[in-house]
Design a protein around this ligand. Structure first.
Ligand SMILES: [Cu+2]
Length: 246
């Protein structure tokens, strides 16, 4: 377990064990936890496997005599009760710290209200008066600056949707009547695909979007050129989305 803890701290250079390498600080925190859990699990697996293999070979049946019985071995029983509990507590501690990091809400530089609806997305930059809306097959694009603290306020206009960007290793429900807030600190420029991950009706599979990470200067230019020019594809979805269901 101590080994796993040490590796957890040095997590950056470890393989991701099947996960995407995330491009956000929050995702990188999550991936370190995943690496720690994977290694702790592998250590336990190897330990148990070796014990089973050793017992199978060393104590395979040689005669019909009943071997020496060793139940009520108090020290051994304390050992195999305490060690797993300590292991679970250590994993719990790392989980607690990571969840607090991922859910932290520091003062943001940029705020975007993301509204999911059947079947599309609306990205609203209230302060800069910019709105992007896209419905089925339009794949709207949320543009965000690199290296700045971004606050997303996620909500739903109708039913439960799921906001998921694989490159962030992150997903959250978009729930009617509830605003889920989270922070993103984006490290890598590029365009990343996103998708609704909660089955929400007929065109759920078309509820895709993109996130484009640009430099702060490019972001400022983008905001200027899109002010009040959002493509409103569905008139029923007003700025007060989250109210009545269509
Ligand atoms: Cu959906």
């Amino acid at each position: 377990m101590a080994v796993a803890g040490g590796l957890l701290l040095a997590g950056c250079n470890l393989p991701t064990f099947g996960e995407t390498k995330p491009i956000t600080s929050q995702g990188q925190d999550s991936i370190k936890l995943w690496q720690g859990f994977f290694i702790a699990g592998a250590v336990v697996f190897l330990f148990v496997f070796c014990l089973i293999a050793w017992a199978s070979i060393r104590y395979r049946r040689r005669s019909h005599a009943i071997p020496r019985q060793t139940q009520y071995h108090t020290i051994l029983e304390i050992f195999y009760t305490v060690i797993p509990i300590v292991g679970v507590l250590i994993l719990f501690g790392f989980t607690f710290v990571t969840e607090n990091n991922v859910d932290a809400l520091p003062a943001p530089k940029v705020s975007v209200t993301v509204t999911a609806f059947q079947w599309g997305w609306r990205f609203h930059y209230a302060k800069q008066d910019v709105t992007v809306i896209g419905i089925e097959l339009q794949d709207p694009e949320m543009v965000l600056p690199q290296g700045e603290t971004v606050r997303i306020s996620l909500r739903s206009h109708d039913v439960v949707h799921g906001f998921y960007v694989p490159a962030f290793d992150f997903s959250r429900y978009a729930q009617p009547g509830i605003t889920n807030r989270f922070t993103l600190n984006l490290h890598t420029l590029g365009t990343y695909r996103g998708q609704c991950t909660q089955y929400c009706g007929l065109f759920h599979s078309l509820m895709r979007f993109r996130v484009r990470v640009v430099t702060p200067a490019q972001f400022a230019t983008w905001l200027r050129t899109h002010r009040s020019g959002g493509t409103t594809s569905r008139a029923s979805l007003t700025a007060s989305a989250g109210g009545a269901v269509r």
